[in-house]
Ligand binder design. Structure first.
Ligand code: DQA
Length: 146
C-alpha cells in the first residue's frame, strides 16, 4: 500500500519561509520523518510538491485511481481552488487536509477552505507534527478508498 503526501505552492521554501509561522523544518526534513514512519509499517510513501495547481489536480487523480489515501497541504490553493475540490470529488480520493499553521488564528481569508468539505478530516496548527498526526490517522483508520 502507499500514502501520497501532496504539497502545494511555496512549500518548497519551508524552513526559510516565515519561520515564526511555519517553523524551521524543511520539506525534506518532513519527508524524511514520514519516510521513516512509513518504512516501519511497510507502507510506501509518495511525497511531492508543486507550485502549479494542475500538477496537484493530476496527482489527486492518480492517488484516487490507485485508491491511495492523500495527505494534502494545498497551501494558498486551499483558499482559492474549486479545481482541487472538484478533483477530490471527481477522483473519489480519500484526503486528509493538513496545515502547518492554525489557519483559523490568522488572516480571515485563511479561515475558508475549498478542500475541507471534500476532506475526510482536517489537521492544522501543529507545524511539522500536523503531517505526522495525519499519517497516524491513515495508519489507525487504514484509510483507503472503499
Ligand atoms: C498553509 C496555510 C496557508 O494559508 C498558506 O497559504 C500556506 C501554508 C499551512 O501549511 O499553514 O501556504 O497551508
Amino acid at each position: 500500500s502507499a500514502v501520497h503526501v501532496l504539497n502545494g505552492p511555496n512549500l518548497n521554501l519551508l524552513g526559510r519561509r516565515e519561520p515564526a509561522i511555519y517553523g524551521t523544518a524543511s520539506l525534506d526534513d518532513i519527508r524524511a520523518t514520514l519516510e521513516k514512519r512509513c518504512a516501519e509499517r511497510g507502507v510506501s510513501l509518495v511525497f511531492r510538491q508543486s507550485n502549479h495547481e494542475g500538477d496537484l489536480v493530476d496527482w489527486i487523480h492518480e492517488a484516487g485511481s490507485a485508491g491511495a489515501p492523500v495527505i494534502l497541504n494545498a497551501g494558498a490553493l486551499t483558499h482559492t481552488s474549486i479545481a482541487l475540490y472538484d478533483a477530490i470529488k471527481g477522483a473519489e480520493a480519500v484526503v486528509i487536509e493538513v496545515h502547518l499553521s492554525n489557519v483559523h488564528a490568522r488572516e480571515s481569508f485563511r479561515s475558508h477552505s475549498y478542500i475541507s468539505p471534500a476532506a475526510r478530516g482536517v489537521i492544522a496548527g501543529f507545524g511539522a507534527l500536523s503531517y505526522i498526526l495525519a499519517l497516524d490517522a491513515v495508519f489507525e483508520n487504514e484509510l483507503r478508498k472503499s
